[in-house]
Design a binder for this molecule. Structure first.
Ligand code: SF4
Length: 287
């Protein structure tokens, strides 16, 4: 849950998730719609689908538990190098590195020479040589937290850093090697199709976003004979999207979908930008 999402945002979702899915088997048995419903609001639904697939894969293992070996963990759905290292060191005390962007930044600054950081491969190799046999999970978490809270990307708090006496980058950061790509701005049109209190939703999206979720129709051109009712702004991966929202009683001809009555609409799993678009309808302020 914490990949791409701040911990303070995650905490209520995490508790709700554990109440609904207290074990791997409970998660594996749950229908995908319930899993996605409990993820609603966190975004990046791919993580929920991976977690669901992981629970099913765990049920097929002989012990029905996660393996502790990072090499075996990496064969499971949704677990990459970083997650395997984090699980095996934090949950099983296996000395394996958990190398994420925060750790790469801290080590890159610690090992900088003439204001140049080593490349990622070298940093990753170095990370695996410094994991202690005792308390490897605490070591990994300390490095991650140092990167997240002290060795910040733009203005590191060097005067509070426990590594300041040995760090060559203290108050003198390495030169950036790459610049982040600028987000791309997109414009789209969202159509709310309403008849009485029912709303028409689809699973189709022109860019294949939000697979398995129920969606408002997304149109490339402004719909004819539809009433403009507002605009929403949202971010999706590297896109900044401005969506004009329209209201119409007629479903688009070339999109497959179905009607949802108010109760089904409350139960449906919609991405949060589409929920926000629906809240532009005065009678749906509480959706
Ligand atoms: S001294 Fe500054 S640059 Fe070096 S690791 Fe600490 S916070 Fe980062």
């Amino acid at each position: 849950m914490c990949q791409q999402t701040r911990i303070t945002t995650v905490i209520p979702y995490y508790h709700r998730w554990l109440r609904r899915f207290p074990s791997w088997s409970a998660l594996a048995r749950a229908p995908q719609a319930a899993v996605l419903r409990h993820w609603e609001g966190l975004g990046y639904y791919r993580r929920a689908r991976f977690l669901h697939a992981l629970a099913k894969a765990v049920q097929r293992l002989p012990q029905r538990q996660l393996p502790s070996d990072p090499q075996k963990l990496r064969f499971l759905p949704g677990i990459g190098h970083y997650t395997a290292g984090a699980i095996s060191s934090i949950a099983f005390a296996i000395p394996s590195p958990a190398f994420d962007g925060n750790v790469a930044r801290v080590l890159g600054r610690l090992l900088a020479h003439h204001r140049r950081s080593p490349n990622l491969k070298k940093l990753q190799e170095f990370a695996s040589t410094i994991v202690p046999k005792r308390n490897p999970g605490i070591h990994n978490q300390a490095l991650m937290e140092l990167g997240a809270l002290v060795c910040l990307p733009k203005n590191p708090l060097c005067s509070h850093c426990p590594l300041r006496s040995v760090c060559p980058s203290r108050n003198k950061l390495p030169r950036p090697t790459t610049s982040r790509p600028k987000p791309t701005t997109l414009q789209e049109n969202l159509l709310i199709v309403q008849h009485g209190k029912s709303v028409w939703l689809t699973r189709q999206h022109p860019a294949n976003r939000w697979r398995s979720l129920s969606l408002l129709p997304t149109l490339s051109a402004k719909p004819k004979k539809a009433l403009p009712i507002g605009k929403i702004l949202y971010a999706y991966t590297r896109y900044h999207i401005s969506a004009d929202v329209f209201l119409s009683p007629y479903p688009p001809k070339d999109i497959i979908g179905r009607w949802f009555n108010p109760s089904a609409l409350r139960q449906a799993t919609l991405p949060s930008p589409h929920r926000r678009a629906l809240s532009l309808l005065p009678q749906n302020r509480n959706l």
